[in-house]
Design a protein around this ligand. Structure first.
Ligand code: SF4
Ligand code: SF4
Length: 131
């Protein structure tokens, strides 16, 4: 007797990711676009890990201004934006406090790109971009 399930019914057909690359070596590649929309949705500016960082405060002020001044759709240099680390990798500011709680799991970008399944899945400012 075999208890292998019949997969010809289509019931267990795999879900095809909508807009992500699939690599057979590493599974799903969680590429988060560095876009104005995602910068605006990023919760890092509200995160306790960054709350006391003077470096982040300075970058937040200047990147906010840059976003206002830039033509629609254009984005500031990622090094000047203290967030969206899931897309761009580790923070350049060195005075963050990773002892505090990461709030990526409250972020719509995190939810849309299923980053809970990525490596790393949080603390992208410390651990680098989501892959
Ligand atoms: S998942 Fe985290 S790093 Fe990525 S946009 Fe959201 S809050 Fe920022
Ligand atoms: S990646 Fe996570 S821990 Fe780092 S600043 Fe953003 S929300 Fe906070």
């Amino acid at each position: 007797m075999s208890n292998v399930r019949d997969t010809t019914t289509g019931e267990e057909s795999p879900i095809t990711p909508r807009d992500r690359r699939v690599s057979f070596q590493r599974g799903i590649d969680f590429e988060v676009p560095y876009s104005r929309e995602n910068i605006n949705r990023c919760r890092c500016p509200q995160c306790p890990v960054q709350a006391d960082s003077k470096c982040v405060k300075g970058k937040l002020d200047s990147s906010k201004k840059a976003m206002e001044d830039l033509p629609e759709g254009e984005v500031p240099d990622p090094e000047d934006v203290p967030g969206i680390y899931c897309s761009e990798g580790e923070a350049t500011c060195q005075d963050l406090n990773p002892e505090r709680q990461c709030i990526c799991n409250t972020c719509d970008v995190w939810k849309e790109y299923l980053l809970e399944n990525g490596t790393p899945s949080q603390y992208f400012c410390q651990n680098g971009r989501a892959t």
